[in-house]
Design a protein around this ligand. Structure first.
Ligand SMILES: Nc1ncnc2c1ncn2[C@@H]1O[C@H](COP(=O)(O)OP(=O)(O)O)[C@@H](O)[C@H]1O
Ligand SMILES: [Mg+2]
Length: 247
């Protein structure tokens, strides 16, 4: 039943100006999973994600992706990995000066040799997957936050990534839009078979879509298990988080 481990993080450490944020993070993600890292604001979730996708360099530890340690990978090796990884950033990080279609086409133009015709087709398909067909010509500034998030997801999936990393995909969205994004995350997994890695403090999202839930606290993963195990976990840190008990 167990799928192959796609990403294994081992002993990851990262500090800023002597302040240790990650003190030895260990986790493993299987192919096809929706892996969730939960944790309070400021605990280091975004830092963890950035270290996994090569936007930051850890002081110690390894990020093994398909047998390769990405922390020590050469730029040439990273080029290949970047085509298989997609990141949906918290603030969508779209280009305001470009149209929706150009935003979705951005990675396709830079990283593939698809023809204009093929790019147009892929953009159309990707927008349609997130329920936004026909808005190629729209400007980013005309769109609501929820629509921008969907465009960011369309841009991520345009390259048909093997892994999609989401940083707080529902933060700042209303409950209905948050539910829509949760459904989309599951749809992306189904339709393009991507493995998903999500960092969030949104428990509702975690229980809606997660196959494995991990809790980041005080620089380490203090619990990792199924949603049921997470809900019933006796670890006081997890219990307080699930029940929303203040310090
Ligand atoms: N580039 C940076 N330089 C200095 N400190 C940083 C940097 N990025 C993050 N931090 C610090 O690391 C800690 C964790 O931040 P972050 O990963 O953004 O938390 P969150 O769990 O809310 O995503 C915070 O104290 C933050 O100030
Ligand atoms: Mg963050």
């Amino acid at each position: 039943m167990d799928a192959e481990i796609l990403i294994r993080v081992e002993g990851l450490k990262k500090s800023f100006q002597g302040k240790e944020v990650l003190r030895g993070v260990d986790l493993s993600i299987r192919e096809g999973e929706v892996f969730i890292v939960l944790g309070r604001s400021g605990v280091g979730k975004s830092v963890l994600l950035k270290n996994m996708v090569g936007l930051m360099r850890p002081e110690a530890g390894r990020v093994i992706y398909r047998g390769k340690d990405l922390v020590r990978a050469e730029p040439e090796e990273w080029k290949e990995v970047r085509r298989e990884f997609a990141v949906v950033f918290q603030h969508s990080a779209l280009f305001d000066s470009l149209s929706v279609g150009e935003n979705v086409a951005f990675g396709l133009r830079r990283m593939t040799r698809l023809s204009e015709e093929e790019i147009r087709e892929r953009v159309k398909e990707s927008l349609s997957l997130v329920g936004l067909e026909g808005i190629e010509e729209a400007r980013i500034s005309q769109l609501s936050g929820g629509m921008q998030k969907r465009v960011a997801i369309a841009r991520a999936i345009a390259l048909r990534p093997r892994v999609i990393f989401y940083d707080e995909p529902t933060t700042g969205l209303d409950p209905i839009m948050a539910a829509t994004i949760a459904m989309l995350i599951l749809k992306m997994k189904r339709e393009i078979g991507s493995t998903s890695f999500i960092i969030t403090h949104d428990l509702k999202l975690a229980f809606r879509v997660g196959t494995t839930l991990a809790m980041l606290h005080d620089g380490r993963i203090v619990f990792m298990g199924t949603p049921e195990q997470f809900r019933e976990c006796s670890n006081p840190v997890v219990k307080k988080f699930v029940e929303g008990i203040p310090d």
